[in-house]
Design a binder for this molecule. Structure first.
Ligand SMILES: NC(=O)c1ccc[n+]([C@@H]2O[C@H](COP(=O)([O-])OP(=O)(O)OC[C@H]3O[C@@H](n4cnc5c(N)ncnc54)[C@H](OP(=O)(O)O)[C@@H]3O)[C@@H](O)[C@H]2O)c1
Ligand SMILES: [Zn+2]
Ligand SMILES: [Zn+2]
Length: 371
């Protein structure tokens, strides 16, 4: 089978011949990979910043944003059948008895760091023709989402954030008044930092949750991303032309910031203008080398205390976020089908993966068509 893999020891990224997997346990499912999304994580693995092959292997098959078509199921698989579309979850639990999150099915909160991640850490990924995985790590996707289901995994970042945002919001029991036709966030302002796939999918999820949503990102409008953002009813403001303080004056109390930039400077500049009782969600992962930057620590701490603010980071996702992602992607497609489709700016053959992974990042979301 063809597969795209990295060999960290030789510092090589290449198309390799990889053995086809077979079902070896009754709870396993075999699927043919249809598409795999490429993201910054794959590019970082190809720069050898991180990414580890499975124990005993010198290479790691890449790819964690998968979509597959089930071809075969084990005798103890009950919810999935051949012909189903599936999106695999990424992380698998550590083996430590004392890791309560992993023992409770929430390896996304693993406390030991000994989890494995498909296509990232010690477990082969989905940039290959066939994959076998246990039923419990696969999510069935409705066939009408086939075109865009490869966006499901990156959307889980926003869904896990939103689940936590609602949990934190429960401390404010005077929620938005119930208005027919409006979702629960309708009296709240959300700011999304960054207009990459993480930011745009986050903005869509916040819109569906009812938030008045503004995307605050670098490039001056009009551009591909600003037009896409405005096409689904969010506002786009450039950080090149509008300072965070002015942004806050324009919007009023900023209730939620969903950061999808990956750089601390703009994130902390916006944290300074987070509103009363506000929640700031960090999702960006600054890349190596990590420069030192100046932040207004005293002011930020003062604000966080006097304004009852919460800041949290979020990584990976559990089944609840995958289920929410399937649900919300369906709503996105009902409301803004063109905007969702236009997030996928390129579909490429597996043989072109190396150029995409090593070359300059282009477009919004590039996808490999595998089979
Ligand atoms: N937590 C998780 O589980 C998770 C999962 C996946 C990814 N991530 C992280 O999420 C972050 C975003 O991912 P992505 O794929 O969406 O990245 P991306 O495609 O690189 O998009 C980043 C966006 O941020 C904007 N930006 C960059 N620097 C900025 C600045 N100083 N001020 C304002 N805007 C700025 C960029 O503007 P331009 O359009 O002008 O370039 C771009 O729109 C990355 O750090 C990634 O590692 C986290
Ligand atoms: Zn990714
Ligand atoms: Zn664990």
């Amino acid at each position: 089978m063809n597969a795209v893999a990295v060999n960290p020891r030789k510092r090589e990224v290449s198309l390799i011949n990889h053995p086809a997997p077979d079902i070896s346990a009754p709870t396993e499912v075999k699927f043919r990979t249809l598409e795999v999304g490429i993201c910054g994580t794959d590019r970082e693995i190809c720069r050898f910043d991180y990414g580890n092959p499975p124990i005993g292997s010198d290479h790691l098959v890449l790819g964690h944003e998968g979509l597959g078509l089930v071809t075969e199921v084990g005798s103890d698989v009950h919810q999935i059948k051949p012909g189903d579309l599936v999106v695999p979850m990424v992380r698998r639990p550590c083996q430590h008895e004392h890791c309560l999150p992993c023992r409770s099915g929430r390896s996304d909160f693993c406390t030991t760091g000994d989890f494995v991640e498909r296509g990232i850490k010690e477990c082969h990924g989905f940039m290959t023709e066939y994959v076998v995985d246990h039923e419990q790590y696969l999510c069935v996707v409705p066939p009408d989402l086939r075109d865009v289901a490869v966006l499901m995994e990156p959307l889980t970042v926003a869904e896990k954030a939103l689940i936590q945002i609602w949990q934190i919001q429960k401390r404010l029991h005077w929620e938005c008044p119930v208005v027919e036709g409006k979702a629960p966030g309708h009296c709240r302002q959300a700011v999304v930092l960054g207009a990459g796939p993480i930011g745009i999918l986050g903005a869509m999820a916040l819109k569906v949750a009812g938030f008045q949503t503004t995307v605050y990102s670098r490039s001056k409008p009009p551009n591909l991303k600003s037009e896409l953002v405005e096409s689904f009813g969010a506002r786009y403001i450039s950080s090149e032309t509008t300072q965070p303080e002015v942004l806050a004056q324009m919007l009023g109390n900023i209730d939620v910031v969903y950061e999808g930039v990956g750089g601390a400077k703009v994130a902390f500049d916006v944290l300074k203008v987070l509103g009363l009782n506000g929640i700031f969600v960090f999702t960006g992962i600054p890349g190596f080398p990590l420069p030192h930057i100046m932040i207004d620590g005293e002011l930020i701490m003062r604000n966080m205390v006097l304004k009852n603010q919460v800041a949290l980071g979020t990584v990976n996702a559990g089944r609840d976020a995958f289920e929410a992602s399937i649900h919300d992607l369906g709503i996105f497609m009902q409301r803004w089908p063109e905007a969702v489709r236009s997030l996928i700016t390129g579909r490429h053959k597996l043989g072109n993966a190396k150029e995409l992974l090593l070359g300059k990042a282009t477009g919004i979301k590039n996808v490999l068509e595998v089979g």
